[in-house]
Design a protein around this ligand. Structure first.
Ligand code: PLP
Length: 404
């Protein structure tokens, strides 16, 4: 078998034949090239809100391909799907009067938000405000900006120098954050923060933590960026984590759930106030944009995906999933099968007290795809998962963990 494909986040010498080769998927079921079936309890990589193989989104994409597959949106061009996708996205967002910049990946969205934050302060005549505050265990993608501002150390090392002007805060301690602001506040451009940290281990913020960040940013003239690449589009039981925790950031990044991954799309939503500042100088051009910003086929995937989320009530479904998963974990905690658990809506993790990769592998062998993070197993299923499928996930988890 070919060894041409270099897999991300994988050992570089692992043989292609040793990877699980997924050939098709429908709803929450994956099928590999051996015909083995799995429940996709991770929605691929925290992304497939509407499940696999949804014909409404597939048909919207096919229809768009028949008309205009791709075109750019740099001046002087636009296309209706891109403009409508932006309108649809801002309508469901915490900033319905904001503006939406489009890209392809979460990493692009994060780098865009970091640049916009710095641009905001530069344009306001405050060029020394360049510090970005990251949080321990935060994940913000793998571009040079996202690598620099993520709080997962192993991902930051081995690349040489990263971005300067980055400081780290603990992910749960607002007092320590207040001291850092007291020291550096006048030079802090922005804080970047996932409402619920995903890749870092599904870490839900302590009560009052996010509003504390908002208060500190307001006091010191800094911007608050919520990285909603995982939390957005219903994952936490509201449209955005911002809604779930009742805190409005100045900018939100999104990706993944915006199209349920049917095609790559991401972006940044800016608040009305931020946008007014960014566009107040009419002669100032935005010297930023990707070839595929506003890609029309990806844009129709987003519009159709959001229609499915709305028509099938999937945001509320995340709350139903959350209730069932919480009671499943409570039972496992009750008989000491797990050490602890945490989560909200459709995103959960449990601590199993040892390296989770062997248990993850055993789960996969038994037909459940979950994710191992340190000593935790993470679960983030499509928002269409049935109670019966959740039951199978917990029966399998219980068997696997009790057999250790
Ligand atoms: C919160 C967050 N931000 C950014 C990213 C990067 O997204 P992408 O892998 O699409 O570049 C991810 C990916 O998991 C993420 O979870």
């Amino acid at each position: 078998m070919t060894d041409a494909l270099l897999h991300g986040f994988s050992l570089s010498n692992k043989a292609e034949a040793d990877f699980i080769n997924i050939v098709s998927a429908k709803d929450c079921t994956l099928i590999d090239d051996q015909g083995k079936q799995y429940i996709d309890a991770m929605a691929s990589l925290w992304l497939c809100q509407i499940g696999h193989g949804n014909s409404k989104v597939i048909n919207a994409i096919k229809d768009q391909l028949d008309h205009l597959q791709t075109y750019n949106t740099f001046d002087p061009f636009t296309n209706t799907p891109a403009a409508e996708a932006a309108e649809t996205i801002r309508r469901v967002s915490p900033h319905p009067e904001g503006r939406v910049f489009l890209g392809c990946s979460g990493s692009e969205a994060v780098d865009t938000a970091l640049k916009l934050a710095r641009m905001f302060h530069q344009r306001r005549g405050d060029p020394d405000r360049q510090i970005i505050i990251r949080r321990t265990a935060g994940y913000h993608g793998v571009n040079i900006g996202g690598t620099s501002v993520q709080g997962i150390e192993p991902n930051r090392i081995g690349w040489g120098d990263l971005l300067p002007h980055v400081l780290e805060i603990p992910n749960d301690d607002i007092e320590e954050t207040a001291s850092l602001f007291a020291q550096h506040g006048a030079r802090i451009a922005a804080v970047i923060c996932e409402p619920v940290q995903g890749a870092g281990g599904v870490i839900v913020p302590p009560d009052g933590y996010l509003s504390g960040l908002r208060r500190l940013c307001d006091q010191h003239g800094s911007l608050l960026i919520f990285d909603e690449v995982i939390c957005g589009f219903g994952r936490t039981g509201e449209w955005f984590g911002s809604d779930t925790f009742g805190v409005k950031p100045d900018m939100l990044t999104f990706a993944k759930g915006v199209t349920s991954g049917y095609l790559p799309l991401s972006g940044v939503i800016t608040s009305k106030e931020l946008n007014e500042e960014l566009t107040s100088n009419e002669a100032a051009k935005l010297m930023h944009g990707y070839t595929y910003s506003g890609h029309p086929t990806a844009a129709v995937a987003a519009i159709a995906n959001i229609e499915v989320i709305e028509s099938e009530g999937l945001v509320a479904e995340a709350q139903r999933i959350g209730k069932q998963m919480e009671s499943g974990f409570k039972a496992l905690l009750g008989d000491s099968t797990i050490e602890s658990f945490r989560g909200i809506g459709g995103i959960w993790a449990c601590e199993i007290g040892e390296d989770s990769i062997p248990a993850r592998n055993e789960m996969i062998k038994n037909g459940i795809v979950c994710r191992g993070i340190g000593q935790a197993l993470a679960f983030c299923p499509p928002l269409i998962i049935t109670n019966n499928e959740i039951g199978i996930i917990f029966d399998t988890l219980s068997d696997v963990l009790k057999k250790r």
